[in-house]
Design a protein around this ligand. Structure first.
Ligand SMILES: [Fe+2]
Ligand SMILES: [Fe+2]
Length: 188
């Protein structure tokens, strides 16, 4: 699993992998290795980390850990890339067709990708459609998207996603590092 080798140090790796292996090895999901997400981190890497951490937290909280694993993996399964990269050229141009479009604020990635990811997971993995998974994906951008998550599993995805995203962006040049470190410490 190339850059994901570090996930194996998590105690819950093997049981998590059993739940998500079909998605991880699915052709459409594998394309997310070519989608850049935050800096050098791909959508594939980001989603794996959110999924595994959410799974572990859900277990600790006696919540539905299977739902947390699946929703964590698919929470950013939006259909078109939002960051340009060399790797994208290996995919159908449809995946990068929105990159150079000027969009109004409310149609920009941060505001719309949760809903898009939700529709996309229903399209590619209809056998996984479930009200908790749907809610977790659709509401993970709270509070930017103003409707809050409904279930504990949805809250877990929302919080773990913010923790992982904050750690990703600290490596991006020009980020105000003190602010990012302060935010990360909120989760300690
Ligand atoms: Fe997201
Ligand atoms: Fe995310």
């Amino acid at each position: 699993m190339d850059r994901l080798k570090f996930l194996k140090k998590f105690k819950t790796f093997d049981e998590w992998y059993e739940i998500v292996k079909d998605i991880l090895n699915d052709e459409e999901f594998l394309k997310r290795k070519k989608f850049k997400h935050h800096g050098e981190v791909s959508v594939y890497e980001h989603c794996c980390l959110v999924s595994l951490k959410s799974y572990a937290l859900a277990k600790k909280l006696h919540a539905d850990s299977r739902t947390a694993a699946i929703a964590g993996l698919l929470h950013d399964f939006y259909p078109k890339a939002w960051v340009d990269s060399e790797e994208l050229k290996e995919l159908d141009p449809e995946y990068s067709s929105q990159l150079n479009k000027k969009l109004p604020l409310w149609k920009m990635h941060g505001f719309v990708h949760a809903k898009e990811a939700c529709l996309n997971y229903q399209k590619f993995y209809p056998h996984l459609v479930d009200k908790k998974v749907t809610n977790a994906i659709k509401r993970h951008m709270f509070p930017l998207n103003i409707v809050p998550p409904r279930y504990i599993e949805s809250w877990i995805i929302t919080i773990v996603d913010k923790e992982c995203s904050t750690k990703d962006v600290i490596h991006i040049k020009g980020m105000p590092k003190k602010l990012v470190i302060w935010f990360i410490k909120l989760f300690k």
